[in-house]
Ligand binder design. Structure first.
Ligand SMILES: [Zn+2]
Length: 598
């Protein structure tokens, strides 16, 4: 997903937390690691066949028939409970040999009573027929053609987000149970139907109708089920033997290829970087009206319909620069490997926000990479200032930029090849399955031998970042530069109503390089900062420094106060290859000008 709020209700969190009573005493790490956010259920969802039709744009309604196959995970399973919005009017539920089954509708669920209890491992099938009445934007979006509004054709599409699909189909919503599914839609023949997986058939029917049948044959989580019905044309492309299709309104046909034409190259690049080929049968990108941005529905991403025009490419259109590679990378991160629960959602959004920077680095070089993550850094600081939260926690507000920056930091610390070896381990081990933040740590350990518990603790389970205050002096007698490094971040966060309090480490562990320049040349010393206050002596500095750079490679997410003579700053600005460091020098110099004017 991109730029939409996760739709997880406080009530749901409270309900989950009630299941394990002493949780108030637990830290965020304990909650996330111990599966406190993963619900229990009685069955394994195996397959769903979703048939929809009779769409009515006046009453925002449709007919649905959903066949569901589950395998019992209990002895004596008497009922199967699916998530299903209370507004969906169930007509019948039928089991084997078309026998009517009893059902109940408590809250937003459907409880189907089985004719006899199922044993562990038994397969159970039933079919739910219903009329779906939709409140606009809850699960489905209906749009009519409107006079005076060009570029807004009639259409209907789903927006599952993280928990929206039960608002239009009965299913199991949490991400940890993967299933296959088919989607069969009957619509007026002028519309095109796009959904997940491979196209099974697309037939004209009497009465000006059309029936389109898609099949998602490789298991995925149900929040990735997608339906788009709109007047669309298909612009066809290809990556290796995988069809890559761009579905846009006919009037946008000339804009599709300039925007989406980078997709096969992005698929090739992500395949090369991760060592895992694009995992699905096809890749469709479909544009719809008034969309939040993009949603990574498996093999069938849905995107907003404001395609950049030719002028936009004079600059760097966000759509192509961020949105297209973001949603594409979700096909690996989120769709192939899925978070076991939403407290690990950063495994989706952090990677999806990290990967575009890797694509542009591969295409345009390190300056483009710096540029990309510098924007993320600014967004990160703004979000952190509004509310300080860790990466791995329920409803974290900072999964996009903090996630991207933490992954970049991990890559810098491990090195390019070990990092991608670890990511390959993570994707191959958990592909088609689910994972947690700890699974990623384990993959790094197995692929690189690096035990990074300290990194996970401070960057993933705790909040904040190091705020460094550095002073430097030159000891001319000893020939040494002496730096005093203090960490000034404060831990002032309060507990929420469930007793959870996010913590900010008083001491971040930070491996940094310090560069000391003199007229005799440069010295670079690597040190590990791991105390609230510590002194770093760099020997062999026989002449007065002309520049000192703390964290020369910008390897640590941080803020920095470091009073320096103006010539040091101008040298840094003129000579330093790293964008963060140059930009920091500009900030210091600007403040200085301001001071002298005041
Ligand atoms: Zn996303």
């Amino acid at each position: 997903m991109h730029y939409s709020k996760a739709r997880i209700t406080p009530a749901l969190v409270a309900a989950l937390l009630l299941l394990s009573a002493p949780i108030g005493a637990q830290t965020n790490l304990e909650r996330v690691v111990n599966g406190a956010y993963t619900p229990t259920h009685d069955f394994d969802l195996i397959h769903q066949r979703i048939e929809v039709g009779s769409f009515d744009w006046d009453s925002t309604a449709f007919d649905g028939v959903v066949g569901t196959t589950v395998v019992s995970l209990r002895e004596g399973l008497a009922a199967v409970t699916l998530d299903m919005d209370r507004r969906l009017e169930v007509r019948t539920v039928r089991g084997a040999r078309n026998a009517a089954l009893e059902f109940e509708r408590p809250g937003d669920s459907l409880v189907v009573r089985l004719p006899r209890p199922a044993a562990l491992g038994d397969t159970v099938r039933f079919r739910v027929s219903y009329r779906g009445r939709i409140e606009q934007g809850r699960g489905l979006y209906f749009f009519k053609e409107e006079p005076g509004r060009p570029h807004r054709p009639q259409q209907v599409y789903s927006d599952g987000g993280t928990d929206g699909n039960p608002r239009w189909i009965p299913t199991y919503a949490p991400p940890h149970d993967k299933t296959t599914w088919e989607l069969v839609a009957t619509v007026p023949a002028r519309f095109t139907v796009v959904s997940n997986g491979r196209l099974v058939s697309d037939r004209r029917l009497p009465g000006g109708l059309r029936r389109t049948h898609w099949s998602q044959d490789r298991p995925a989580s149900t929040f990735l089920i997608s339906l788009v019905v709109a007047p669309l044309i298909k612009v066809s492309d290809r990556w290796r033997d995988v069809p890559v299709d761009y579905y846009v309104y006919p009037e946008d046909s000339a804009l599709a290829r300039p925007l989406f034409g980078v997709t096969p190259d992005m698929m090739e690049t992500f395949t090369r970087l991760t060592g895992v080929p694009y995992p699905w049968k096809k890749y469709a990108q479909t544009t719809v009206a008034d969309f939040i941005g993009g949603m990574e529905n498996v093999s069938a991403t849905t995107l907003v319909d404001w395609l950049p025009d030719r002028r936009a490419y004079l600059d760097r259109p966000w759509y192509q620069y961020v949105l297209v590679p973001h949603e594409l990378s979700h096909q690996w991160f989120g769709d192939l490997v899925t978070a076991e629960n939403w407290a690990n959602y950063w495994l989706h959004e952090g990677f999806a926000q990290f990967m575009p920077g890797q694509y542009w680095a591969a295409k345009l070089g390190p300056a483009a990479e710096d540029d990309y993550y510098f924007e993320e850094y600014q967004q990160f600081l703004a979000k952190d200032a509004r509310r300080r939260m860790p990466l791995a926690t329920y409803n974290s507000n900072n999964v996009y930029p903090r996630g991207a920056l933490v992954l970049r930091m991990l890559k810098q610390q491990l090195g390019e090849r070990p990092f991608w070896a670890a990511i390959n381990r993570f994707l191959t081990r958990h592909g088609g399955r689910t994972a947690t933040s700890e699974d990623l740590r384990q993959a790094v350990l197995d692929a690189t031998g690096q035990s990074l518990g300290w990194f996970w603790s401070q960057w993933i389970y705790q909040a904040g970042y190091p705020e460094f205050a550095v002073t430097a002096a030159w000891d001319s007698a000893a020939g040494a530069a002496v730096l005093t490094v203090r960490q000034t971040q404060q831990d002032t966060l309060r507990a929420d109503s469930t007793g959870l309090r996010f913590t900010v480490p008083q001491v971040f562990r930070a491996p940094v390089a310090i560069r000391v320049r003199t007229t005799g040349g440069d010295l670079v010393q690597r040190v590990v900062i791991d105390a609230r206050e510590q002194t770093v002596r760099i020997g062999g500095v026989r002449e007065a420094p002309t520049m000192i750079v703390f964290d020369d490679e910008n390897a640590v997410l941080k803020t920095l106060e470091f009073e320096q003579p103006t010539p040091w700053l101008t040298t840094l600005l003129a000579r330093h290859p790293d964008l963060w460091n140059r930009s920091w020098a500009i900030g210091q110099l600007a403040r200085r000008t301001g001071d002298s004017l005041a």
